[in-house]
Design a protein around this ligand. Structure first.
Ligand code: PMP
Length: 296
């Protein structure tokens, strides 16, 4: 993956600068303690031109993450969205991944940051749907205890936990991990939310011990709109072995079918499943095609 090229332009603290020449403060709490906030956002080349998917939702979460961490940050949703479109234009990008990062200023103590720095970059990300079905394991790493952090904030430090879980899954020969919460209920993937299908109903963990994803919210909206029954509930990993189908969803992940859990195949084919209908509807939505479906 090329995150930047010779001539890539990024936004840094009010200016558009060359990615090659941009620098960050090595004395920041973000570098040393992971005390920063970021977002992952996608743009797609749609039938209406290049469109950022749900920018206000993503930048709203970024603003909220900063608020929860007491990081000073005063950009508006409109400004952040406009800067992102400018970044896409300046770098000739259509299908892209946009990465805003708010770094705390120079401060090596554990006190509240007094200043922050905003970087927004973007890189090309292949068009929708090159996903293959993934083999997942149940991670030995739990998601962070919600009493030990602000779990609903997308903070840099949380991703130590995610990287450990992903690496463990890869070392065990799996594509990805499903992580449990501190009480042993299924929570989410290291960088995506989780749904499973059983007897015509979709299930997903409630927005308590997970990062409540914007894609997850979109899936819930799609289900409501096309009348697919969906329930938010806590469930144990054992229940997953009874599932008909399952998927991860997230900005980068989009909707990725799960093929097996701990080596056991899901019970029904993906094709024709409710999960596959949601996947297709999501694809049409991000590409701004009609996503109306009639279920017969
Ligand atoms: N959970 C975690 C831990 C994540 O990192 C992500 C990716 N941001 C998600 C869920 C999915 O969130 P979204 O749909 O907003 O990308």
């Amino acid at each position: 993956m090329d995150y930047h090229k010779e001539d890539s332009i990024i936004f840094l603290d009010g200016k558009f600068v060359s990615a090659k020449e941009a620098s960050a403060n090595l004395f920041s709490q973000t570098v040393h303690y992971g005390y920063g906030a970021f977002e992952g956002i996608r743009s797609y080349y749609t039938i209406n031109g290049t469109k950022i998917f749900k920018p206000y939702e993503h930048f709203g979460r970024l603003i909220n993450s900063c608020r929860l961490l007491n990081i000073p940050f005063d950009y508006s949703l409109e400004e952040l969205t406009q800067i992102s479109y400018q970044i896409l234009e300046k770098n000739n990008l259509t299908h892209a991944y946009i990465r805003p990062l708010v770094m705390a200023g120079e401060n090596m103590t554990l006190s509240t940051p007094q200043e922050s720095s905003l970087m927004i970059c973007a890189w090309e990300w292949d068009k929708y749907f090159n996903h293959r079905e993934v083999a997942v394991c149940i991670s030995s790493y739990q998601r962070p205890n919600p009493k030990s952090t602000k779990l609903e904030a997308k903070t840099c430090g949380h991703y130590v936990n995610s990287i450990l879980a992903s690496n463990e899954a890869h070392q065990r020969g799996f594509d990805e991990a499903i992580m449990l919460d501190a009480n042993g209920f299924v929570a989410e993937g290291p960088g995506a939310n989780f749904f499973y299908e059983k007897d015509g109903v979709l299930y997903t963990p409630p927005a308590a011990n997970i990062l409540p994803g914007i894609t997850r919210q979109t899936v819930l909206e799609i289900c409501r709109e096309i009348e697919i029954p969906v329930k938010e509930k806590l469930f144990r990993p054992e229940e997953l072995f009874e599932a008909d189908n399952a998927f991860f969803c997230g900005t980068a992940t989009e909707i990725t079918a799960i093929d097996s859990i701990e080596g056991q195949k899901l019970n029904r084919p993906w094709k024709g499943s409710l999960c596959s209908i949601v996947q297709e509807a999501f694809k049409n939505m991000v590409l701004e095609k009609s996503h109306a479906y009639v279920i017969v």
